[in-house]
Design a binder for this molecule. Sequence first.
Ligand code: RTP
Ligand code: MG
Length: 203
Amino acid sequence: MKERSKRKPPLLIYTDGSVRDITGETTSPVYTFGLVKPHAYHYWREIMSDIESLSRERDMPLVVICEKERRVTRDEAERHYKAHRERIFFDDLIRTVTEGPTRQFILTGSDAINSFREIVGATDPEAAGKNTIRGRCAAGKYGERKVAVQYNAIHGSDNVVSLIEEVNIHFGRTEVNPEFWQRVDSYSAYLQALRRFNPGKYF
Ligand code: RTP
Ligand code: MG
């Protein structure tokens, strides 16, 4: 008798960047990307430790698989934030993310993208929950708080499409393990196929 295929059902990537399995159940890659912004760089150790403890408290542990210090170039910042190119705050945003070193990292964990975004908190630190990185930023834990929303301490990929783009901007092939790139590249290839065969329907 023919052995049944043990392959998992295909995942579909939707226009909002979410990933769902064949049953429509939302799932998410096991990796995500984050970056401590220059104004909070001095406090990166506290921030990384808070990410670890906040994720454990929420019962969705996130573990760092790779991290480094790097000053983001203007070109990298513009590609990273290209979705905001037409926004009035774009120049300020590029300036604040390039004005000093950043701490960049890749996390792994179940539903990593969404879990991490939960810990990061709302874009405006004043609106972020107390037990989030941005909420703690508003409370002055990571240095003096500045009024502009650009000073929100941290970035986190918000969906699988931005994850693919961002890790390709910020990390080289030899900087992260092959399993990671294998996963990222398979999502990437799948997205390209979707775009080719279903123009307009998917990313
Ligand atoms: P991020 O990409 O940095 O993780 O932030 P986010 O997803 O929470 O927010 P997003 O809408 O992607 O905005 C990107 C960054 O732009 C700055 N921003 N300024 N002045 C404003 O109204 C404004 N809105 C957004 C913030 O630095 C935000 O992190
Ligand atoms: Mg964003």
